[in-house]
Design a binder for this molecule. Structure first.
Ligand SMILES: Nc1nc2c(ncn2[C@@H]2O[C@H](COP(=O)(O)OP(=O)(O)OP(=O)(O)O)[C@@H](O)[C@H]2O)c(=O)[nH]1
Ligand SMILES: [Mg+2]
Length: 427
């Protein structure tokens, strides 16, 4: 307002509402409400803690977000849990199909030959149906396949195929070799799996087999086993997924999802994005006004390859993404916290699979969890080009464990708020 004009409060004082027309009173009221709203929004934006969840596909971002909902927001009620039923059914059907296919390629004899019919039945499932494409299977369709799924999971051949999943991670290395046309060592491994085909067809068969196998082992393997062990419960007409079922259900994230919650009247906004390659091009859309980035890594995936190209080592992909994020100037004043997730799976993995085989730069003891974890943290730390940057905090997490995330997030929240306060004071 120009200097020579009286301010609005002066006008209000000398020209009380009774001297104004009804329209003017209404306009004044609206204007006051807008001013109040703007000032409230400004305070909200200033106080808002925006946390971005980043990391490669299947690192556990959405699972972490589910935990925030359980711990700080609106827990999954019956209706919300019901929405996961169709996802779980789809996870199970996909998983069983991969196992049936693996049994055949591995030539593992059926425990009961009657189960061939059940195997054929699940393999006849139309994977191009819109249900499967959307990762959701209706109850009546699942129930139609349930007797076959039960019979198959009870068969020693399918159990045996599941137990041999690690062996087939080896074949994933072969697949990489095959794509690079350095197939001599690969062919030896193929011989081990007894695929008795001609040389070229062998590689082709291995590729297609590996592709399908990986889709079980690297994405939903562990969850699928849990659901198959409980398949009877899944088939009950009154089945409503439990909180644990919800945490294990797998649906790749497409697009950007936000979840708002409050802790001691501080507003938090957590943003979850898809981590698969095709989804990463949308990440920059949420780079504005970020307070903190939680970067999730699936720490147990050092021996696994990406779903997207089936050849890039998953841990190396994570390191590359992290390098881009941590050295991005946009995030100079943003606290980045590293979550080495899937600790439960890593614990098991280090006992069976040597890290040095995939990361020759690791020279520590093969089966020592703390040494492996320290190596992983150092790998990520080394990606920071500017060492004067803020400290890089890290946590070892198991995102499917609510208590673990409750404790970790309590720490993380304090770190974020402390850093945020320092930033605000510097402004
Ligand atoms: N055992 C175990 N499973 C986990 C853990 N964290 C996540 N999972 C499972 O791993 C799968 C993938 O997790 P998501 O949370 O969907 O991964 P994401 O990072 O959101 O994946 P995108 O949406 O594709 O980027 C799910 O089936 C989870 O239940 C963990 O710490 N331990
Ligand atoms: Mg997700």
């Amino acid at each position: 307002m120009a200097d020579f004009l009286p301010t609005r409060s002066v006008l209000n004082h000398y020209f009380p509402a009774c001297l104004l027309t009804n329209t003017e009173v209404e306009q004044l009221r609206k204007s006051k409400a807008i001013d109040k709203g703007i000032s409230r929004d400004k305070t909200y934006v200033k106080r808002l803690v925006k946390i971005l969840l980043l990391g490669a596909g299947e690192s556990g971002k959405s699972t972490f977000l589910k935990q925030m909902r359980i711990i700080h927001g609106q827990d999954f009620d019956q209706q919300a849990r019901e929405e996961f039923r169709a996802i779980i059914y789809s996870n199970v059907i996909k998983g069983v199909r991969v196992l049936v296919d693996a049994r055949e390629k591995l030539q593992i004899p059926w425990g009961s030959s009657d189960n061939q019919v059940h195997g054929d039945n699940v393999m006849s499932f139309d994977t191009r149906s819109s249900m499967m494409v959307h990762g959701q299977v209706e109850t009546n369709v699942f129930l139609k396949y349930l007797p076959s799924i039960q019979a198959l999971w009870a068969d020693v051949a399918i159990q045996h195929a599941y137990d041999r999943r690690r062996e087939f991670q080896l074949v994933s290395t072969l697949h990489t070799h095959a794509q690079m046309h350095t197939d001599s060592s690969g062919l030896c491994r193929l011989a081990e799996v007894k695929v008795k085909l001609s040389r070229d067809r062998r590689l082709a068969a291995a590729s297609s087999f590996v592709s399908q196998w990986l889709s079980l082992h690297v994405c939903e393997g562990e969850s699928v086993k849990y659901f198959l062990d409980n398949v009877e419960k899944l088939g009950e007409p009154s089945y409503i997924p439990s909180q644990h079922d919800v945490l294990l259900a797998r649906k790749p994230t497409k697009g950007i999802h936000e979840y708002d919650f409050e802790i001691k009247s501080i507003p938090f906004k957590m943003v979850d994005v898809g981590g698969q390659r095709s989804e990463r091009r949308r990440w920059f859309e949420c780079f504005d006004s970020v307070t903190s980035i939680l970067f999730l890594v699936s720490s147990s995936e050092y021996d696994q390859v990406l779903m997207e190209d089936r050849q890039t080592n998953r841990l190396r992909e994570s390191l590359n993404i992290f390098e881009t994020i941590v050295n991005n100037r946009v995030f100079l004043s943003v606290s980045i916290i590293l979550f080495l997730n899937k600790t439960d799976l890593l614990e098991e993995k280090v006992l069976n699979v040597s890290l040095s085989k995939y990361f020759p730069e690791y020279t520590g003891p093969d089966h020592s969890l703390p040494d492996v974890q320290k190596f992983l943290v150092d790998c990520f730390r080394e990606k920071r080009r500017d060492l004067t940057q803020k400290p890089l905090y890290h946590h070892f997490t198991t995102a499917i464990n609510t208590e673990n995330i409750r404790l970790v997030f309590r720490d993380v929240k304090d770190t974020i708020l402390h850093d945020n306060l320092k930033q605000l004071m510097l402004q």
